[in-house]
Design a binder for this molecule. Sequence first.
Ligand code: ADP
Length: 192
Amino acid sequence: MFNIILFGPPGSGKGTQSKLLIEKYGLVHLSTGDLLRSEIAAQTALGLEAKALMDKGQLVPDEVVVGMISSVLDAKPNAKGFLFDGFPRTETQSEALDNLLKLKKSEIGVVLALDVNEEELIKRLINRALTSGRSDDANPEVQKKRQEVYKRETLPVAAYYNKFNKVVHVKGEGTVEEIFSALCSEIEKRLS
Ligand code: ADP
């Protein structure tokens, strides 16, 4: 099993690149943002609780997202590998993920970190708000909060995996194809 974490701030292109990567490498896509939005659409109790936090740009509690991830890992015992997108988002989530994978005699193969400058991120998120229909995209205050939460809670995830030499930085600026091919070449170095 080869597992990848696609890492980067809101707006760095994780969703776009994830779609291309899972297709090319036959991985199972695990986006906690998408899983949470499905819960909201289905109007579950979990979805209602999550929506209140997401609309403020805050994180959903670790045990909630870890529980969702754990269920999908259990449901797909024959997966060739998983692509984690938007998860882990805290150091606690990183430790929990490593433990879950260890139980399956597996581990994270690489953390691909998409680097995009802040000005470009803001531009992309403003654009995304026009088409995404996401209430957390439309409000500039919420956008700002998400970037703050990213710096405070999520950047430590990269530091955590850096201790195990698993982080590779890839330039997240350029065309979708250019970024995709840079990601693929990093993956292939590690697959062979
Ligand atoms: P983006 O692509 O803009 O970073 P996501 O779709 O990944 O956004 O997530 C949207 C929101 O869902 C986050 O702002 C957060 O409230 C919640 N969320 C998603 N993943 C996690 C996670 N791993 N831990 C906690 N909250 C999460």
